[in-house]
Structures are given as structure tokens and as C-alpha cells.
Design a protein around this ligand. Structure first.
Ligand code: NAD
Length: 296
């Protein structure tokens, strides 16, 4: 069993850290929120007053923070963890951040003899709690192999995408595709509804036809078509519009840097930004269905 430090115990990090504890690892946790720390300590983790005290004996340091600026500050700032992590330890950053920051943090840590992989996840809070996340890893083969048993504790699919930053690029591609599928599914369902079709009947037809896709088949955005999805619970829970808008911003940054043309992604980013600005930021991303309400 490994000695692990876990930094960032929010909606995702909290349940991920609890799964490591349940698997028998020694886990020292830190978050700026005392309540977030208490929730995980209650399940058997330890804590320290400073993150630096948690990381100094750790073989693995896992971070699950909101954005690139938090990751850079936590590891590389003047009082950053870079000054406290043992040489040879492996940092696993599972936050969804821009690949440029990820590469920068990895490079600077490596110069100090500290190994690094980016390992963003897909699967949401449900996957974090159930231990069924997908990890998309960027880093060396050796570091990937070293991290895999730890990641297996929190996920069911662990992919090696390529070198540093590749995990973040894979995550940006996946969420850009997901957003486009959600918008297109919503648009098609609303078209059917406004032409007199029953949403459940139309969903069945398209799911069994060439329009089949994950947002239609298992995460249907039309209220009442499926039980136990956010659309049937007033779009509560699930994956927030604000987070989708953030991830689409990262996808667009990635596109600009590589001179790639991503017209569908650009439109999706605009629609999700507009939806968030209209007060829907905390709702599930399937609430974009309401963008296509037809005039009656
Ligand atoms: P969250 O806001 O719930 O949690 C972030 C945590 O980081 C908070 O508890 C905050 O107190 C803590 N934090 C911030 N700065 C810190 C610091 N300097 N030191 C210690 N702790 C600090 O966010 P989340 O939903 O858990 O998401 C975390 C990351 O995972 C994000 O990058 C997000 O994009 C990504 N992600 C989220 C989901 C999801 O469904 N929520 C799914 C996939 C990926």
C-alpha cells in the first residue's frame, strides 16, 4: 500500500480520496475548506495543518483543483509544494487544466527530480464516488506504469494518451465532442416535439438508428424521457454548465495553439457561455435542451 498525499477535496477529489482510503492506502489530505477535509478524515484519512506537511513523506501526490492557476500556485509558487516533495515522488494532477500549464508544472518539477503526470478524468461525481472514472494520462511510460495501480483504485479505465499535456488534450477533445452531441441531440428532439412527436418515441427511434449517441441513449436531455438523469430532476446534479463552459474554453485554447479549425466546438462554447450568462451555470449541461425551445 502506498503513502499518498491528496490536495483538493471538492466534489471530485473528496470521493476519489475516500476510495484510496477504502483500498487501504495511507492518505494524508489537505483542502482550504475545513469541512471538505473533515468529510474525508471521517472515512480514515489523516490531515496536517499545511499541505507541505502532508506531501513530505508521500510517494504519490494527487491534486484535484479547479483550474490551471490553482495547480501552478500550489506546486510552483514561492511557498509551493515543489520545495517539500521528496525527489523521486510522483505528482498526479487530475485537475482539468490547459495543457500549457500542465507541461510547465511537469517540466519545472522534473528539473527538481520530481516526476509528474497529467491525469484528468471523465465520469463526473458519480464516477468519482463509484470508483469508475476514466483517466487520460500524459507523461512517460514509466510514470504511467507506476501510477496505474493507484489510478485503478479510483477508476475503471486508465489510458496512456502520450507525453506531458496529452491527457489534457484528450480531455478537451472528449468534452468538446460531448458538448456538440448534447446540443445536436437537444436540437433534434425539440424539432420532433414541435412537429407533434412524443419525445420518448422519437428518442427510441433515434437511439435504434444512426443518430444513436451517449447523450441521447443514456443521458437524455428531455425531461421525463428517462428516470435518474438530471433532466428529470430539474437539471440538478450531474455536470455543471459552468464546468462545460470552462472545458470548452480549454478546447478553444488548444485549437488556437495548434492552428486547428473547430467550428462546432466554437459554436458550442458560445452557446454554453450564453446559457451560463443567462443564469444556468449551476444546472446540469443537459439543460442546454431549453436553448432550443420552439415558439408555440
Ligand atoms: P470543486 O470546486 O468542488 O473542488 C475544488 C477543491 O479545491 C475545493 O474543495 C477547494 O477548496 C480546493 N482548493 C482550491 N484551491 C486550493 C488550494 N490552494 N489548496 C488546497 N485546496 C484548494 O471542483 P470539482 O468539481 O471537484 O473539480 C475539480 C477538477 O476536476 C476541476 O478541474 C474540474 O474541471 C474537474 N472535473 C470535474 C468534474 C465534475 O463533474 N465536477 C468532472 C470531471 C472533471
Amino acid at each position: 500500500m502506498a503513502n499518498i498525499a491528496f490536495i483538493g477535496l471538492g466534489n471530485m477529489g473528496g470521493p476519489m480520496a475516500i476510495n484510496l482510503v477504502k483500498a487501504g492506502h495511507q492518505v494524508c489530505v489537505f483542502d482550504l475548506s475545513e469541512q471538505a477535509v473533515a468529510n474525508v478524515v471521517e472515512q480514515g484519512a489523516t490531515t496536517q495543518p499545511q499541505a507541505s506537511d502532508c506531501v513530505k513523506d508521500a510517494e504519490f501526490i494527487i491534486s484535484m483543483l479547479p483550474a490551471g492557476k490553482h495547480v501552478e500556485a500550489v506546486f510552483l509558487s514561492e511557498n509551493g509544494l515543489i520545495n517539500h516533495i521528496a525527489k523521486g515522488a510522483l505528482v498526479i494532477d487530475s485537475s482539468t487544466i490547459d495543457s500549457a500549464t500542465s507541461i510547465k508544472v511537469g517540466t519545472v518539477l522534473l528539473e527538481q527530480g520530481i516526476n509528474f503526470i497529467d491525469a484528468p478524468v471523465s465520469g463526473g461525481v458519480g464516477g468519482a464516488t463509484a470508483g469508475t472514472l476514466s483517466f487520460m494520462v500524459g507523461g512517460s511510460e514509466a510514470d504511467f506504469n507506476q501510477a496505474k495501480p493507484v489510478l485503478d483504485t479510483m477508476g475503471k479505465n486508465v489510458f496512456h494518451a502520450g507525453n506531458h499535456g496529452a491527457g489534457q488534450v484528450a480531455k478537451a477533445c472528449n468534452n468538446m465532442l460531448l458538448s456538440v452531441l448534447m446540443l445536436a441531440t437537444s436540437e433534434a428532439l425539440q424539432l420532433g416535439i414541435s412537429n407533434g412527436l412524443d419525445a420518448s418515441v422519437l428518442s427510441n427511434i433515434m437511439s435504434s438508428s444512426s443518430g444513436s449517441n451517449w447523450t441521447l441513449d443514456v443521458y437524455n436531455p428531455c425531461p421525463g424521457v428517462m428516470e435518474n438523469v438530471p433532466s428529470s430532476n430539474d437539471y440538478q446534479g450531474g455536470f455543471m454548465v459552468d464546468l462545460m463552459a470552462k472545458d470548452l474554453g480549454l478546447a478553444m485554447d488548444t485549437a488556437v495553439k495548434s492552428h486547428s479549425s473547430t467550428p462546432m466546438g466554437a459554436l458550442a462554447r458560445s452557446l454554453y457561455a450564453m446559457h451560463a450568462a443567462n443564469g444556468n451555470g449551476a444546472k446540469d449541461f443537459s439543460s442546454a435542451f431549453n436553448l432550443f425551445n420552439q415558439a408555440k
